[in-house]
Design a protein around this ligand. Structure first.
Ligand SMILES: Cc1cc2nc3c(=O)[nH]c(=O)nc-3n(C[C@H](O)[C@H](O)[C@H](O)COP(=O)(O)O)c2cc1C
Length: 205
């Protein structure tokens, strides 16, 4: 297999895994994956990412209860939300069964840059740090796939980001970008259909 095919094969075979085996992933494997993943590009090579790796049962239980408390808080405010929540609540908590929970964080933007370039502060979440961190998480997902470790990126639990930051003791200078569930699995789901090239890309000549 040439280099393109080897990489494309890993990209094609990765699927979002939502059911994991109850088996831990050795810390040295996670370390090996992250060490390669952070060769991702980052804005000014700032590497403004931080990954919290949660395997401790009690901390995970606290994070679950953080998300549940947040969901409870929005329940009862509107019938529409309550209806959606009835069928959707469990989706916020899929990370429950993942043996490893990686919380990806990015450095909050430097306010000085906004003033310097007169950038509207309302867009402050869409910064180089968030993009760079997500590129590194993409690498973690592909490297995990190459190690037969399943992953699921989740943003739904970020509804409780403030509570989770307290539980994990994440310093104020970071925002949580995403959750990444990691673990071994028995079955891979089918590939959800992708839009065709001519729908999502265009050559401008
Ligand atoms: C930014 C982002 C957020 C996501 N959040 C969730 C989530 O909260 N819950 C979930 O079950 N899947 C989540 N996913 C997984 C997507 O549903 C999944 O990638 C998509 O359906 C395509 O399936 P595949 O990953 O198997 O190719 C998320 C994916 C991304 C990229």
């Amino acid at each position: 297999m040439n280099r393109f095919e080897s990489l494309a094969e890993i990209i094609r075979s990765r699927r979002s895994i939502r059911t994991f085996r109850n088996e831990t992933v050795k810390p040295e494997i996670i370390e090996k994956i992250i060490e390669s993943a952070v060769l991702a590009p980052s804005n000014n090579n700032r590497q403004g990412w931080k990954f919290y790796i949660i395997t401790n049962k009690y901390i995970k239980e606290q994070i679950i209860s953080d998300v549940e408390s947040e969901l409870d808080q929005i329940t009862g405010k509107s019938e529409v939300i309550d209806d959606v929540m009835k069928s959707y609540r469990a989706n916020f908590l899929i990370f429950k069964n993942a043996p490893v929970l990686l919380i990806a964080c990015h450095l909050k933007p430097n306010k000085f840059n906004f003033r310097l370039f007169d950038i509207d502060d309302t867009n402050r979440h869409f910064t180089g740090e968030l993009i760079s961190t997500t590129l590194a998480v993409g690498n973690i997902m592909l490297l995990s796939e190459a190690e037969n470790i399943g992953t699921l990126m989740m943003t739904a639990p970020l509804i409780a980001a403030d509570r989770i930051k307290k539980t994990v003791k994440i310093p104020g200078k970071y925002s949580i970008s995403s959750f990444l569930c990691m673990g071994y699995y028995d079955k891979k789901p089918d590939t959800p259909e992708r839009k065709k090239f001519n729908k999502i890309a265009e050559f401008i000549n």
